[in-house]
Design a protein around this ligand. Sequence first.
Ligand SMILES: C[S@@+](CC[C@H](N)C(=O)[O-])C[C@H]1O[C@@H](n2cnc3c(N)ncnc32)[C@H](O)[C@@H]1O
Ligand SMILES: Nc1nc2[nH]cc(C(=O)O)c2c(=O)[nH]1
Ligand code: SF4
Ligand SMILES: [Mg+2]
Length: 210
Amino acid sequence: MLSKEIQLEVNKGAMLPLMEEFYTIQGEGFHTGTAAYFIRIGGCDVGCHWCDVKESWNAELHPPTSVDLIVNNAATQADTVVITGGEPLTWDMTLLTQELKDRNLKVHIETSGAYPLSGTWDWICLSPKKNKLPTQTVYDNAHELKVIIYNKHDFIFAEEQAELVNDNAILFLQPEWSKKEEMTPLIVDYVMNNPKWRVSLQTHKYLNIP
Ligand SMILES: C[S@@+](CC[C@H](N)C(=O)[O-])C[C@H]1O[C@@H](n2cnc3c(N)ncnc32)[C@H](O)[C@@H]1O
Ligand SMILES: Nc1nc2[nH]cc(C(=O)O)c2c(=O)[nH]1
Ligand code: SF4
Ligand SMILES: [Mg+2]
């Protein structure tokens, strides 16, 4: 249990449950291949059975950390910071993104969209999940839609989500890692037949980097 004081700071978004931070190459989606400093905030109740960071789910395992400290650590050679999780929109992102913007950093988010949008973002990657669908504000503001393909039904889900996201969003299909041998060839065919979509791979896993 957090003390009342710390809980109040977390509610304000002045402290956040920090899981890890690392400087790497964005492995997925539109910005694949570009250097970025990742900040992983704990806490997620979406429950994807194939999630590759289940250790992030329980926020209580990750120490509430002041946004000032997180931002100071993020002073980085890259011009871009990616906020991920867990589900970062579980928390109020206003103060974190404001302080990062004040340092002239570009601020990106990886989100399921399961909670309303908070914060100011240069790039929003929406990766919708069937078990907790995105909120309207995230559909309206997403720059990219990245649907994970675990089985054939996920192509139907992807088309449904493409109807709901704003018209400017760039559309990606990404194989679920454990099913990639089976799903990647289907994605390749699908994109050739439906060229409004692009392929996204988890390239950092092929590169053996974080
Ligand atoms: C771990 S999530 C954290 C951010 C947010 N909760 C979300 O789901 O977008 C980061 C990205 O990894 C994707 N992802 C998670 N597990 C995956 C897996 N096993 N295979 C492929 N992509 C995965 C998610 O869909 C999301 O785009
Ligand atoms: N290199 C790298 N790229 C990523 N893009 C999205 C990631 C995430 O977990 O949100 C991720 C990640 O964990 N590592
Ligand atoms: S929403 Fe993101 S962090 Fe949460 S379980 Fe799904 S993939 Fe993992
Ligand atoms: Mg990842």
